[in-house]
Design a protein around this ligand. Structure first.
Ligand code: GTP
Ligand code: SPV
Ligand code: MN
Length: 602
């Protein structure tokens, strides 16, 4: 059973922007023959096209119009309740050999996979419109920038891609007519949105992606996790750069000295929040600006790492977002925002758990059912999302469009750990930092389907996103370090350590500035630390804790504590993890593990 017939017939001048590149035309024709759509809509990214697609989406109830006074130019989309997060178990890397995909990826043979997917796609767009979405990832004048085309039968995807990427004419122009130019081929079809026919498949050798059976962001906005991370990481290794699941922020001191920092936290572990941080009052004169909130592409120049954000918008976690926790995100989503799976109030505004103010007395929940504060169900899905243009961010960094990128002074790894991991520590050097990243772990979240709150190893926050063998990925990190004469310092943070009674010890959010300042001061060589077996740790006096309410000195000690008992278990978990990878881990990292274990013995 395929999705209902929902073809749309655009007026002249809309949907007819055919590119001149014959390779693109041939590929689109092939997909047309296979999927047999009613018609083809060639997107140009214009305002007029967007208005038309929004009006059609409202008619077909793909979107719900929000109160235009409270949420100007903003809309609500509800996904199928069986389709609300990334599906790692149905995500595949289709390299010629299983070894190329490595021990952490699902692998399937490319030829067989193409056959299976072509079978599913046969006639899948009958009675429907096939959209062709040209886009670029990266600032227009960056050498790292990539071109992609996504074919989709979802209007929600087209509208989201216009927010999340630089979409339309800009990509068509950049591609030009060279039939040999490099570009990514993405095919997406909703099919019947059935988890049994849901597959997200990557063909790195062909620079191609096929995604079927889902309408959820991370599975279907093929620019993002599929191209910018999975295919991106594969290309990055081949071409000598890094594609990472990292935010990029700028931090300026009161004296006007600016540093840039990149941070890898797993999904729903605080990247968007950290990237938009507002320092507490006590830090007057310090300013944080956002380059990116999810993905960093980094290249080496003059012995340093330089980063660009390939995206054009933010696809962020909604629940918990408030003027108290993240005012800059709230300002970003006040308008022009596509919400997915939040609650709808009786005055057509949006609501979610953790929003400022009291809950509405009545709302329609993310599934479309009546909801009141007494309901057992959540009003918004825990992985409900906003898509909003980065231009809306009041603290957008002025260098976000620089093709050369911004120079990175520090890399931060982090995750959700109730115990073991101190608030912050600094790795001894790049190789040790690579080890710290490779053994990172975090409690799982609602961003991916499956259990929540289970500790799992998530190297560099890339476990679901590394498009090739993780051993080779570690090796690529080590090699990159050798090419850097001014490598960023590497740190690990944990905002989520809990006390014995299960409460977060650290207030987080804006107060994370206190940790960020120590990190910047370390980069400047102007603050102390104590050496522990796991790395350099700030002493209490090294952190600026003035006016930090609610954290007692004892709690602070707990936050900075490195427990030998907990760490012995941690190091043995590292060993188990490396073992589970079946011999692909580079010797340097095995050596790092032995050294770490040794430091706890002596
Ligand atoms: P993805 O978009 O999935 O990659 O997530 P992300 O890493 O950008 O995470 P995000 O900033 O959206 O935060 C996810 C959740 O963690 C939200 O519910 C936040 O409110 C919460 N969170 C973020 N920062 C902190 C923090 O410093 N402390 C605590 N306790 N929670 C935080
Ligand atoms: C993540 O899960 O890391 C996200 C959201 O950033 S998604 O685009 O759905 O993958
Ligand atoms: Mn993410």
């Amino acid at each position: 059973m395929n999705n209902p017939a929902t073809a749309i017939l655009p007026p002249a001048g809309i949907g007819d922007h055919k590119p001149a590149n014959q390779a693109v035309l041939d590929w689109v024709h092939e997909v047309e023959l296979l999927t047999q759509p009613e018609n083809i809509f060639w997107c140009d990214g214009s305002e007029r096209e967007n208005d038309f697609l929004i009006s059609e989406s409202l008619k077909q109830e793909v979107l719900i119009k929000l109160n235009q006074k409270k949420a100007p130019r903003s809309y609500l989309h509800r996904s199928n309740p069986n389709d609300v997060a990334r599906v790692e178990q149905f995500t595949f890397i289709c390299t010629p050999t299983k070894a190329e995909a490595g021990p952490t990826n699902n692998w399937s043979e490319p030829g067989e996979t193409y056959s299976k997917l072509h079978g599913l796609l046969k006639g899948a767009m009958r009675g429907r419109t096939m959209f062709v979405v040209p886009y670029i990832m990266g600032p227009p004048d960056s050498p790292l920038t990539k071109i992609g085309f996504e074919i989709t039968d979802s209007k929600y995807v087209v509208l989201s891609m216009r927010i999340m990427t630089r979409m339309g004419e800009i990509a068509v122009k950049r591609l030009g007519s060279d039939p040999k130019a490099e570009w990514n081929k993405g095919v997406h079809s909703l099919l019947d949105v059935n988890p049994e026919r849901r597959f997200i498949c990557h063909f790195p050798q062909d620079n191609a992606i096929i995604s079927v059976g889902s309408g959820y962001g991370g599975n279907v906005l093929l620019s993002k996790k599929c191209l910018a991370l999975r295919i991106g990481s594969y290309l990055a290794r081949k071409q000598g750069w890094l594609a990472e699941h990292m935010l990029i922020l700028g931090v300026e001191s009161p004296e006007g000295k600016k540093h840039y920092v990149a941070a890898a936290f797993p999904s729903a572990c605080g990247k968007t929040n950290f990237a938009m941080l507002i320092p507490p009052k006590h830090f007057a004169g310090w300013k944080v600006t956002t380059v990116g909130d999810d993905i960093a592409w980094m290249q080496i120049r003059d012995g340093r790492l330089w980063a660009v954000n390939p995206e054009n918008g933010y696809f962020g976690v909604v629940p918990g977002t408030s003027y108290k926790s993240n005012p800059n995100a709230m300002k970003s989503i006040e308008r022009d925002t596509l919400y997915t799976n939040v609650a709808l109030t009786d005055d057509s505004d949006v609501w979610w758990e953790g929003k400022d103010g009291p809950p509405p007395p009545h709302a329609i929940d993310w599934r479309g059912n009546d909801w009141t504060p007494d309901s057992k169900e959540k009003a918004a899905h825990p992985n409900s999302r906003f898509a909003t243009p980065m231009r809306n961010n009041p603290v957008l960094d002025p260098h976000v469009e620089d093709g050369d990128g911004v120079p990175i002074s520090a890399i931060i790894f982090g995750g959700r750990r109730s115990d073991t991991m101190p608030l912050v520590f600094q790795a001894f050097d790049w190789e040790h930092g690579t080890y710290v990243g490779s053994t990172m772990a975090s409690e799982t979240t609602a961003a991916a389907a499956g259990a929540v709150g289970k500790v799992r190893r998530d190297p560099m926050a890339m476990l679901p996103f590394c498009g090739y063998n993780i051993g080779d990925y570690f090796r690529h990190w080590l090699e990159t370090g050798k090419r850097l004469t001014k490598p960023p310092l590497i740190f690990h943070v944990n905002w989520f350590r809990k006390s014995a009674d299960g409460k977060f010890l650290w207030p987080g959010f804006g107060d994370n500035m206190r940790v960020l300042k120590w990190i910047i001061d370390r980069c400047e060589g102007r603050v102390g630390a104590t050496e522990s077996p796991i790395g350099h740790i700030p002493r209490m006096q090294d952190l600026d804790l003035d006016e930090l309410g609610g954290v007692t000195p004892n709690q602070m000690r707990e936050l900075l504590n490195v427990s030998a008992e907990e760490w012995q278990k941690e190091v043995s978990d590292h060993a188990k993890f490396f073992e589970s990878l079946g011999g692909v881990v580079p010797d340097e990292l095995e050596k790092q593990r032995k050294n770490l274990a040794g430091r706890f013995k002596s």
